[in-house]
Design a protein around this ligand. Structure first.
Ligand SMILES: Cc1cc2nc3c(=O)[nH]c(=O)nc-3n(C[C@H](O)[C@H](O)[C@H](O)COP(=O)(O)OP(=O)(O)OC[C@H]3O[C@@H](n4cnc5c(N)ncnc54)[C@H](O)[C@@H]3O)c2cc1C
Length: 378
């Protein structure tokens, strides 16, 4: 007997938000026979994004099943204040650029084809729904007062389809990005987000000026902005409401990467729901399954805090002198306490040595969990 008929009324799931996390959850839970009701204010997902998904674990399966891949990225130009500090060819694609609207809308369709009920509508109260309640409202799950605003264009530009550029601006605390947006080398996804630029009009002007600097072409096909919750705490559940993706605070604070976190946390929650129907056990199992992601997020949070604490000059120095291994790990989303400790210990750079005390200091001053951090090696 299928789970759907087995557990009718017992394990039903209501999901608020059908972005990357919510649509992944609706699809995966429906595949496993759960009865899912999903709500989203936007009938068609079009949120601005860099559209990069790092290829790790199950993310590749989801990208393939949705037929949403546009191109793979393996070469990276890392810049600080416009000057290249590292050029890295990692050999094979570690990022795929996707048509994110297609990815999300296909997942919604797949979920519906498996019996999920997909509704257009706002769902803000979840504590009173029956069954399992999942908050997947992304950055909108909490107030946007301290969210960072981002802006991006999809625009014409002659650009290598396997190459990405990231240009840090320490003064404004953020970066510009230029990612390929097709496989033909004709379109880019170019954007920016800065903690210190809170005026949307100014951010748009800065982004368009950057576009003019790096691209000869001038035709913009789409432009839009979106918030990103760089400062939100990690919060995997409150009361009976479980949280996935950015709603749970699962977002890399230095890169803005959240798509993989959204997918993997949703898959993890479905596994926890399959294993038990007891809320406490589900929470415990889910937390355990996402502990690797949480670790990654905590590392990125400490790094961001460190850069903020040390100020512009030393921050730039730190990024300029960061060894290649740091950037490779950063690009591959492999920065853990252990790998960071090894990088710092093995680096002769004075500014990286300084990172040791700063990281420890920022951790002491923050609520970041330091479990797993080996202070003796840092
Ligand atoms: C400009 C920009 C560039 C980015 N680039 C990248 C990148 O290249 N790679 C990467 O990995 N990450 C990137 N991110 C982060 C990534 O987009 C997010 O972390 C990711 O989309 C989070 O997925 P999510 O499902 O948690 O939230 P979202 O994808 O934001 O989905 C939330 C959904 O909830 C819906 N919703 C909101 N309120 C309600 C409500 N009350 N009721 C019902 N529905 C509601 C929204 O309509 C939306 O569909 C970027 C973010 C921005 C803003």
């Amino acid at each position: 007997m299928s789970r759907r008929s087995d557990n009718r009324g017992r394990h039903d799931i209501t999901v608020a938000g059908l972005g990357v996390a919510g649509s992944t959850l609706a699809y995966q839970a429906s595949r496993h026979g759960f009865k899912v009701a999903g709500y989203d204010v936007a009938p068609i997902y079009r949120k601005a994004c860099g559209d990069v998904v790092s290829v790790r674990g199950e993310t590749w399966r989801i990208v393939k099943e949705t037929g949403s891949m546009l191109t793979g990225v393996k070469k990276f130009s890392i810049r600080v204040g416009g000057a290249e500090v590292a050029y890295i060819d990692v050999g094979g694609p570690v990022w795929v650029v996707v048509d994110k609207s297609k990815l999300v809308n296909t997942l919604r369709g797949l979920a519906a084809s498996l019996g999920a009920s997909i509704f257009r509508g706002k769902l803000s109260r979840l504590d009173n729904v029956e069954g399992i309640a999942v908050d997947a409202r992304g950055p909108y799950s909490r107030g946007l007062e301290d969210a960072v605003i981002t802006f991006r264009v999809i625009a014409e530009c002659v650009w290598e389809p396997d190459t990405a550029l990231i240009d840090f601006n320490v003064k404004n605390r953020g970066f510009y990005w230029v990612f390929p947006a097709d496989a033909d080398g004709r379109l880019v996804n170019l954007g920016a987000g800065f903690e210190k630029v809170k005026d949307g009009g100014l951010l748009r002007r800065l982004t368009l000026a950057y576009y003019r600097r790096v691209c000869d072409a001038r035709r913009i096909l789409d432009e839009r902005g979106a918030p990103i919750q760089v400062h939100a705490p990690i919060n995997l559940h409150s009361g009976k409401v479980l949280r996935v993706g950015e709603a749970g605070g699962l977002l890399n604070r230095t890169s803005g990467e959240g798509n993989r976190h959204a997918m993997l946390s949703s898959l993890a929650l479905v596994e926890a729901l399959r294993a038990s129907s007891d809320l406490n056990e589900i929470v415990e199992d889910y937390s355990r399954r996402v502990s690797g992601l949480v670790n990654e997020v905590n590392v990125s949070r400490a790094l961001l805090k460190t850069i903020t604490l040390i100020g512009r000059g030393r921050g730039e120095e730190l990024l300029v002198n960061a060894p290649r291994t740091f950037w490779v790990k950063w690009l591959k989303s492999e920065l853990t306490w252990d790998s960071l400790a090894r990088i710092v210990a093995g680096s002769p750079s004075g500014s990286l040595k300084a990172l040791k005390s700063l990281l420890v200091a920022s951790l002491r001053n923050s609520k970041t969990s330091i479990s797993g951090l080996p202070p003796s090696t840092l």
